[in-house]
Design a binder for this molecule. Structure first.
Ligand SMILES: NC(=O)c1ccc[n+]([C@@H]2O[C@H](COP(=O)([O-])OP(=O)(O)OC[C@H]3O[C@@H](n4cnc5c(N)ncnc54)[C@H](OP(=O)(O)O)[C@@H]3O)[C@@H](O)[C@H]2O)c1
Length: 323
């Protein structure tokens, strides 16, 4: 089985294609023949062990799991004997979190994980990037209790998390003000934002408007700078730890505050998220934004592009082409 492996933490040059044993599904698992995956910021963080706290999960001196890739789309090749809700041959997409394994021809995932059937008209390449950014966005939306009519500002609306957040916030009925660079303004408007601010032209933190929620989906602001944008009782959320890991700290400090507060939700992969995303894809209400798509043997280039911080939406890896 061909896989992209890494044996030490470091830059993308440490990645190489190798032949690895085909995984064997446990009784509660699906064996998936991967067609497409993504390279996302979690893969990049685990590749370099950055931030260093990653080593606590991934292995102190070297990675215990040598195949990265958390998002996938593929076909079920076999199921464990306790699996009841999926069948061999079904096309599925999902997120394997930090269990990884999608940068390979075959991977396994528990039946109860964030995995669902791909709607008929959606391709593997379109389905693969539909779970990670959306999962982070859904966790944030749920943690902040965002409802119809809430005014929400999304900073970094052109990123993987941000572009999913704008679409999902529209689905939940929020009024979205989005912040992105000039090249993505038309796209972000088309995703459903009422108003789009070009961060290269205007400092959104100087706006006179106030919001129920400010969601920094790219980790480029701070609670201090966004405080004046929040209504009384408003929430600041960030997908990033922030300078000196201030966001989890501020979330603790402001937890019992009745005033403006910080939330730093720990994302938890949930089956319901996969099911919601499948339904929204089927109804044409959610479609992951894809910037570039690379064949598996261009994986190093793909990582460099994701690490550049300039991607719009997602970067796909075409795994099936390796066969
Ligand atoms: N996706 C994940 O798996 C994941 C997981 C955990 C944590 N995170 C964290 O969440 C954050 C977002 O991840 P992501 O993958 O969604 O991001 P991303 O896709 O890499 O974000 C890139 C986008 O952000 C825009 N951007 C850059 N600087 C900006 C600024 N100052 N203001 C507004 N927009 C800006 C870029 O536009 P321009 O090119 O025009 O600058 C680009 O379109 C990162 O901090 C990451 O570490 C991500």
């Amino acid at each position: 089985v061909i896989a992209v492996v890494y044996e030490r933490y470091g830059p993308p040059e440490g990645l190489r294609l190798a032949d690895v044993p085909k995984p064997i599904p446990k009784d509660n698992e699906l064996l998936i023949r991967v067609h497409a995956a993504t390279v996302n910021r979690t893969d990049c963080g685990f590749l370099r062990a950055s931030p260093s706290i990653v080593r606590l999960f991934a292995g102190l001196s070297r990675p215990k799991k040598t195949v990265l890739g958390s998002e996938f789309a593929g076909t079920i090749e076999a199921v464990g004997k306790l699996v009841t809700t999926f069948d061999v041959g079904e096309r599925v997409f999902g997120l394997n979190g930090v269990t990884f394994g999608a940068h390979a021809e075959y991977m396994t995932i528990p039946e109860s994980g964030l995995v669902a059937v791909i709607p008929a008209r959606v391709s593997y390449e379109d389905a693969a990037p539909s779970s990670d950014g959306a999962h982070y966005a859904l966790c944030a939306i749920e943690a902040a209790g965002i409802r119809a009519g809430h005014a929400v500002l999304v900073n970094g609306a052109s990123g993987a998390i941000g572009s999913a957040a704008v679409q999902l916030l529209k689905y939940f009925g929020a009024e979205v003000t989005a912040v992105c660079g000039g090249k993505d303004i038309a796209l972000v408007k088309a995703l459903g934002a009422e108003r789009v601010i070009d961060y290269t032209e205007e400092d959104f933190t100087a706006l006179d408007d106030t919001f129920d929620v400010v969601f920094d989906a790219v980790g480029k602001s701070s609670f201090r700078r966004c405080r004046s944008l929040l209504k009384p009782g408003g929430v600041y959320l960030s997908s990033d730890l922030g300078f000196a890991a201030q966001n989890p700290f501020l979330a603790l400090v402001t937890a019992s505050s009745r005033g403006r507060r910080v939330l730093f939700p720990i994302p938890r992969a949930r089956k319901e998220h996969a099911v919601l995303l499948r339904d929204l894809m089927e109804a044409g209400r959610f479609a992951a934004v894809i910037d570039r798509s690379y064949p598996l043997d261009h994986v190093i280039e793909a990582y460099h592009y994701v690490e550049s911080g300039a991607k719009t939406g997602n970067v796909v890896l075409r795994v099936a082409e390796a066969r």
